[in-house]
Design a protein around this ligand. Structure first.
Ligand code: IPM
Ligand code: MG
Length: 361
């Protein structure tokens, strides 16, 4: 098969980790007889440096012309980078939010599972980690608090900042449908996370999710308040299958869910629209402190590429091969610094990419 992949390496560790994912994709292409063509594009801080804006129309249109987008990470150190002296709408993050909106990527899938090989890196007590966990956070990505109206006004010497959390019934319904569809292919449980004891938007969320659930009688639906969810994630993560939630709640809970896997460097993500088109990126950030040192963990990006093969290209065997290669390399004791433990072999970012590529047969 021929596939065109738009590649946004981005900032910080982005170029290193995406380079390793491309290495793995090239190996997949070779072994399975595909042809992946890459269109490399700028977004985030590197786009600010080149064009003065974090996202250009050109980048958006070339992403639209591709079959899928593979992304690294964007942004820099928020206290020292000159990008953060710019107005908020010209900073790297505005590029990321902008591209999600421009491509209509409303559904963000963040799977979080504890690899048995990394149980030692899990910060939870052994009695909890020994039960393992395998969940998927379905984060609404183009609405809610991150896209509502915002302003800062000064009146009579008082400065007021306002952010608004807005959802329409349609926006909630489409993400709920995605969550139930995914749950049907998993353990058939959906936990809808909200703050319905306080927020109107959450009360609408709960009502619509409950309506959608009626179309999926095989799936068990439970509602959980977001503060309780944060607690349950560290108390008993094994209880979760699919969690569906508002944009900011999902942003926060997915970082928490990644940390209990041992490292945010393990967590892939897929951001999808209504079709098979998606943008695939690791859940973690640009880690400017270790950028350019060949130390970063490329596994989340490599697993994101596997999600691309599975969801956008319908290449199930190829996706399995990549995921199995990751397991195989972990089984053989290879670790990047973030997941290193006693008795294991510490490898660089590029060595990890080489090992995973070599394990694809
Ligand atoms: C993420 C990131 C982004 C988000 C930032 C960089 C805007 O934290 O993908 O989780 O909040 O969506
Ligand atoms: Mg985040």
């Amino acid at each position: 098969m021929n596939k065109k992949i738009a590649v946004i390496k981005g900032d910080g560790i982005g170029p290193e980790i995406v380079g390793e994912a491309m290495k793995v994709l090239d190996k997949v292409a070779q072994v399975y007889g595909h042809n992946f063509e890459y269109d490399q594009l700028l977004m985030g801080g590197c786009s600010i440096d080149a064009y003065g804006v974090p996202l250009t129309d050109e980048t958006v249109s070339r992403c639209k012309a591709a079959d899928a987008v593979l992304m690294g990470s964007i942004g820099g150190d928020t206290t020292t980078s000159p990008w953060y002296k710019l107005p908020a709408n010209l900073r790297p993050e505005a590029g990321l939010l902008g591209i999600r909106k421009a491509l209509g990527l409303f559904a963000n899938l963040r799977p979080s599972r504890l690899y048995p090989q990394l149980a030692g890196a899990c910060p939870l007590k052994e009695e909890i980690s020994s039960r393992g966990f395998d969940m998927l956070i379905m984060r609404e990505l183009t609405g809610g608090l991150y896209f509502g109206e915002r302003k800062t006004v000064e009146e009579n010497g008082v400065t007021t900042a306002v952010d608004t959390l807005t959802y329409t019934d349609g926006e909630i319904r489409r993400i709920a449908v995605k969550a139930f569809e995914v749950a049907m292919k998993r353990r058939k449980k959906v936990t809808s996370v909200d703050k319905a004891n306080v927020l109107d938007s959450s009360r609408l969320w709960r009502k619509i999710v409950t309506e959608v659930a009626a179309d999926y009688p095989e799936v068990t639906l439970e509602h959980m308040l977001v503060d309780n969810s944060a607690m349950q994630l560290v108390k008993d993560p094994a209880q979760f299958d699919v969690m569906v939630t508002e944009n900011m709640f999902g942003d926060i809970l997915s970082d928490e869910a990644s940390m209990i896997t041992g490292s945010i460097g393990m967590l892939p993500s897929a951001s999808m629209n209504e079709t098979k088109f998606g943008l695939y990126e690791p859940s973690g950030g640009s880690a400017p402190d270790i950028a350019g040192q060949n130390k970063a963990n490329p596994i989340a990006t490599i697993l994101s590429a596997a999600m691309m093969l599975r969801f956008s290209f319908d290449m199930q065997a190829e996706a399995d091969a990549v995921e199995n290669a990751v397991e195989n390399v972990l089984d053989n004791g290879f670790r990047t610094g973030d997941i290193m433990s006693d008795g294991m072999k510490c490898v660089s970012c590029s060595q990890m990419g080489d090992l995973i590529s070599a394990a694809i047969k």
